[in-house]
Design a protein around this ligand. Structure first.
Ligand code: PMP
Length: 421
């Protein structure tokens, strides 16, 4: 009786989906006393997604065109139209990376997944790897390398600095690694690593060059083929303005040869590049089912790459450079000190600024979030507690966003000052 009344009420309320969902939930719970766990209350409420300007180190805001692509109806993951989208993604990555490598695809996962995929396909137990560490990403790569049983050596630089060819050559000569890992855009410190000559240097020592460009791709020039980079990967949620979950990666001929010489299979089936190369149509063989690609992520990645192709890489690089320079000038005008001293070493996508004395960084970020709905971030790893990180990436890299964040920071500095801590 009670249930029937509740269900009747639920039907009557069919125009009020929230109420209906709640009532049905109660009714189902009352009827099915076998259930020990009731429907969670939170899930009976509508999804809450406030409007925010994401000016942290990523993710950045997603343009409507890309959101619309990810909301399209599904197709089967091996339908010809999806295979066509995969081919277009591959061509878009080749453009973004400036490479003609046939082994170019998107990993179904975030930037970390591409990092793991690169390292686990390249390294076998006992291989020697050299990892350049000037922030958190080198630390992560070294950790992954050790988990794979590789003999990992660390090349260290203080956070805020980059490696010179001399530093790298010393490490190569001393350790004779088969792979060198280096981060192009160090998002934890805001440093841009110069890549000129590193590929040639590595090859002279019989080593492959693996570059993390998660935070720099589209924001600073990279020429994978000309710079002789062997493995390059990025993420989707920064300059590409695509939701996180797909990670472009590419392997040179040298890298493919090293993978072919492996004595053991890579530890992960999911990230085994031989399988992924086939699934992405990179090996000339008929495509076999490997996993079900996140189809809607592919749609949105395709649109992100399409928007980059329409804008043109050079314009994208210029835009990031220009707005980063404006931001840096504005920060200095506010009396703040940039964390990366040398102008040419500043990452054009993510700017690090020292937390001013007498302030708590958490109060500043909370003020921007609570009063202006703007996200900026504190430091990470070696910069935790020391810097604020401001990201201007892809469609978020605009003059008006520079002005908005500077205005919000000015207000924050006026409001959050504390007696000396
Ligand atoms: N490398 C760099 C340089 C990054 O900035 C990030 C993300 N902040 C990653 C790797 C990891 O990417 P994700 O968070 O997408 O796994």
């Amino acid at each position: 009786m009670h249930c029937a009344a509740v269900l009747g009420a639920a039907q009557a309320a069919s125009t009020a989906p929230l109420l209906r969902a709640r009532l049905l939930g109660i009714a189902r719970h009352t009827m099915t006393s076998l259930l020990h766990v009731p429907p969670p209350q939170g899930l009976l409420r509508p999804l809450a997604v406030p409007e925010r300007l994401l000016l942290g180190p990523g993710p950045s805001n997603v343009p409507t065109r890309i959101l619309a692509a990810s909301g399209r109806q599904l197709l089967g993951h091996m339908h010809p139209e999806v295979l066509q989208v995969m081919d277009e993604i591959k061509a878009g990555i080749q453009y973004a990376f400036q490479t003609r490598n046939p082994l170019t695809l998107a990993i179904s996962g975030t930037g970390h997944c591409a990092m793991e995929a690169a390292l686990l396909n390249l390294l076998e137990q006992g291989d020697t790897a050299l990892v350049a560490i000037n922030g958190i990403w080198g630390q992560r790569a070294a950790e992954i390398g050790r988990r794979l049983g590789a003999d990992v050596h660390e090349l260290l630089k203080p956070p805020g600095e980059y490696f010179t060819p001399g530093d790298i050559e010393e490490g190569l000569a001393q350790h004779k690694p088969s792979v060198l890992f280096i981060t192009h855009g160090e998002s934890s410190t805001g440093v841009l690593q110069p890549l000129e000559g590193l590929g040639q240097l590595c090859h002279r020592y019989g080593c492959l060059l693996l570059v993390d460009a998660v935070a720099s791709l589209g924001g600073a020039p990279i020429f994978m083929d000309q710079q002789e980079i062997d493995i390059l990967y990025t993420g989707s949620q920064k300059v590409l303005n695509v939701p996180p979950g797909s990670a472009p990666i590419s392997f040179s001929q040298r890298a493919r040869e090293k993978m072919l010489r492996r004595k053991t299979k890579p530890q992960s089936f999911y990230l085994d590049m031989a399988w992924l190369a086939n699934y992405w149509g990179c090996d000339g063989e008929p495509r076999r089912y490997h996993h079900t690609a996140p189809i809607n992520s592919l749609f949105s990645l395709r649109e992100g790459l399409s928007m980059l192709a329409e804008m043109g890489l050079e314009r994208s690089w210029e835009r990031h450079q220009e707005h980063c320079a404006q931001l840096c000038q504005g920060l200095r005008d506010l009396g703040l000190e940039l964390f990366v001293k040398e102008e040419k070493a500043r990452l054009p996508t993510i700017t690090t600024v020292k937390v001013p004395e007498g302030y708590d960084w958490k109060e500043i970020t909370a003020f921007l979030m609570d009063t202006c709905a703007i996200e900026i971030a504190g430091g990470l790893g070696p910069t935790a507690g020391k810097v604020l990180r401001i990201g201007l990436m892809g469609c978020n890299s605009t003059r008006s966003n520079v002005e908005r964040v500077l205005g919000a920071l000015r207000d924050a500095l006026g409001r959050c000052r504390r007696s000396r801590m």
